[in-house]
Design a protein around this ligand. Structure first.
Ligand code: SAJ
Length: 427
């Protein structure tokens, strides 16, 4: 394919997508408002981490297929992959999408295609982007083609998933969908499903909302289980043997930039209807406080007056180095409110970003009364209780059910698992 693609936004999605097209022989121009990112990429350096990205970027630049700057260029296809976060009021902030769309208006020509990849509230293409694109004077759907094709990849496995996942393509008309499908077919091996733009927006948002509601259900089951003497992890595992049941897992909260954000788009659109979705968000957002209160309760039961906690895990999920929007930060806020002292440790967060963070497990557990596991990193799953020294009291609260409780109990630890009251009588 001898098309030229201009990618706006060179973050976790835009940069891998851009180099993917370039590696398949298309001419790609990448654009980012972050001058530092542009400078780095031009020097074949990365401002984000992703497996396999470095070698693909090198190849793209060496073959002369990838240029980067802070300004768009004329092209056949424009792909927008910018952030679409929520603000303090839990309302969608579409400023980046608006600005990115405006930025390409002067470069658009008859026959061009514009694809939005960012996750957005349904109707954004129709109600926010189209009015801006009309400023080109081109007839939308006849001279200028537009579609939404949401990214659905998971950080760490982006290149594998870009190729193998099914892809949703929603055009504002049939021609737009067809052109978008032809483009992604350059590297996508999964099935490309065609629909309209608003349905495509809805599909992406409900995928993440499904997970959020399901996790809220699991968290509620965890609380019920604690009150009635059941181990929720065992109960969920057994229930999931049913061929039509797929319950997710409880935890100290839901982090990341997707699952905890996208459901709010539906709440904002239809507040009177989206009641269960709203409640699920509230339940999941309540888990950090629930976890902190559990620590307080354990200290009270053990009559520990000025208890200290060793927090293990700051990333928002296991085996990644991303602590933005992490429930651990919220747990820490609640511990602080309760006046509970702590030291935090995460082997994947190699810089101290918090005041009471250490790069050393020994230092974190030294003089602690309780180990609080908030992230299921492999390092924590494999941690040996015999190696833990210097604790004031030997207690561990595992919110991810990821340690071998028998090994820890054998080493003299009181082991408490979120969602499991079966062993609480031992305290
Ligand atoms: N979590 C639970 N219980 C579970 C599963 C997850 O408490 O059973 C928590 C995690 O600990 C984490 C949060 O939820 O804090 C989100 O983790 P995640 O792995 O579900 O999702 P993300 O945010 O890393 O990535 C998701 C992906 N969606 C799915 O796996 C369905 C990815 O495919 C999407 O592209 C991405 O959101 C996105 O951009 O929307």
């Amino acid at each position: 394919m001898d098309k030229k693609v201009c990618v706006i936004g060179l973050g976790y999605i835009g940069l891998p997508t851009a180099v993917m097209f370039a590696n398949h022989g298309l001419k790609v121009h990448g654009v980012d408002i972050n001058e530092n990112a542009v400078k780095l990429i031009n020097n074949k350096q990365l401002h984000i981490e992703e497996n396999g990205l470095q070698e693909r970027l090198n190849k793209a630049i060496d073959e002369g297929n990838f240029t980067v700057s802070t300004k768009p260029e004329q092209a056949d296809v424009f792909i927008i992959a910018v952030p679409s976060p929520i603000n303090e009021e839990k309302k969608a902030n579409l400023d980046y999408v608006r600005e990115a769309t405006k930025s390409i208006v002067p470069y658009l020509r008859n026959g061009n295609l514009v694809i939005l990849e960012s996750t957005v509230p349904p109707r954004t293409v129709e109600d926010v982007m189209i009015p801006i694109l009309e400023e080109t004077g081109l007839e939308i759907g006849e001279e200028l083609f537009v579609s939404h094709s949401p990214e659905r990849v998971i950080p760490g496995r982006v290149f594998e998933e870009l190729v193998n996942n099914d892809r949703i393509v929603g055009g504002i008309n049939e021609k737009s969908s067809e052109m978008t499908k032809n483009l992604y077919e350059v590297f996508v091996k999964g099935t490309i499903h065609i629909t309209d733009a608003t349905t495509a927006e809805m599909v992406k948002v409900i995928e993440n909302t499904y997970r959020d509601v399901n996790i809220a259900f699991a968290n509620e089951l965890a609380k019920i289980s604690e009150n009635i003497g059941v181990n929720v992890w065992e109960a969920i595992k057994l229930a999931n043997y049913h061929p039509r049941v797929n319950i997710h897992l409880p935890g100290p909260g839901v982090g990341g930039h997707c699952i905890a954000v996208d459901p709010w788009f539906l709440v904002e659109l239809q507040p009177d209807v989206a009641k269960m979705i709203h409640l699920a968000r509230t339940i999941n957002d309540g888990m950090p406080a629930y976890t902190a209160n559990k620590v307080k309760q354990l200290f009270a039961e053990k009559r520990i007056a000025h208890g200290r906690v060793a927090i293990l895990g700051l990333a928002f999920k296991g085996n990644i180095d991303d602590m933005r929007e992490s429930p651990s930060i919220e747990v820490i806020h609640h511990l602080e409110k309760l006046g509970i002292d702590y030291t935090a440790y995460d082997p994947h967060i190699k810089e101290n970003k918090l005041e009471r963070q250490t790069q050393n497990l020994e230092e974190a557990v030294n003089h602690a009364d309780l180990i609080l596991i908030l992230t299921d990193h492999n390092e924590f799953k494999e941690m040996l209780p015999e190696k833990i020294e210097g604790m004031r009291s030997k207690m561990i609260l595992d919110t991810k059910n990821c340690i071998n409780r028998f090994a820890w109990e054998k080493a003299g630890f009181t082991v408490v698992t979120l969602g499991d009251s079966k062993n609480l009588h031992k305290i």
